[in-house]
Design a protein around this ligand. Sequence first.
Ligand code: EIS
Length: 203
Amino acid sequence: FFTKAHSPFPEPTLDEKIKADEFLSASNHLAQFFGFLGTIFTPVQSDISGNVKKLGKFIEENPEKVVYVNDIILLEAGVTQSISIDALLWLKRALEFTMLFIDGIVCDTKNGTPNEDLRPLCLQAYEKTLKKYHGWMVQQIFNLVSRACPSRRDLLASLALGETDMESVVVAQMEEVLVNLKKNVTIINQLYAQYNLDTEVKV
Ligand code: EIS
């Protein structure tokens, strides 16, 4: 699932720009990761795909103006209640959660402390990313559905798409994906901070 053949996150340009089309395809692909966690997580996949669709529509409507994700922010920063700014903000938060969760799996493997129970990593990633943007209700739902998180063994096996003995290969691919994913998220965070676009509003 994490092979390079599948839409990787773009390497930012030297002046820290992120190619928008590549970023969106990669995000759409990563959204499918939640399908691998189990069917209970398909609403998460739909939420992320929804963000990507809205951003795709904005790019289509502004063909000459948008090449980079940075362009979306520049164009929309002054707009009150911009659909694109909101969609990108939630997309970025979902990516951040996914990034920390995967990073946890990679780090534990490298440290020689892989844990079959992935729920602690899931909760840690949640605390650091989405939790503060979720109201009490959504936090309860998260807490409940996080119990359906598969074991490390089962997750890595399903990500290997039917091939056996692929654990270390899949973990290496995860590590590879994280490189540009982290760079993309860092840049988007900087832009949201620079234009003061982050909000603490809870859902
Ligand atoms: C945003 O969603 C939209 O993304 C955004 C806009 O509509 C905005 C409104 O201001 O809301 O409520 C969403 C939030 N997204 C906010 C949560 C979606 C998750 C599905 C909830 C449905 C409950 C069914 C249970 C299934 C799983 C629930 C998970 C509970 C959070 C083991 C791993 C656990 C995986 C959990 C990972 C969570 C990722 C969440 C995604 C981001 C999020 O918090 S816009 O849309 O701008 O495009 O219009």
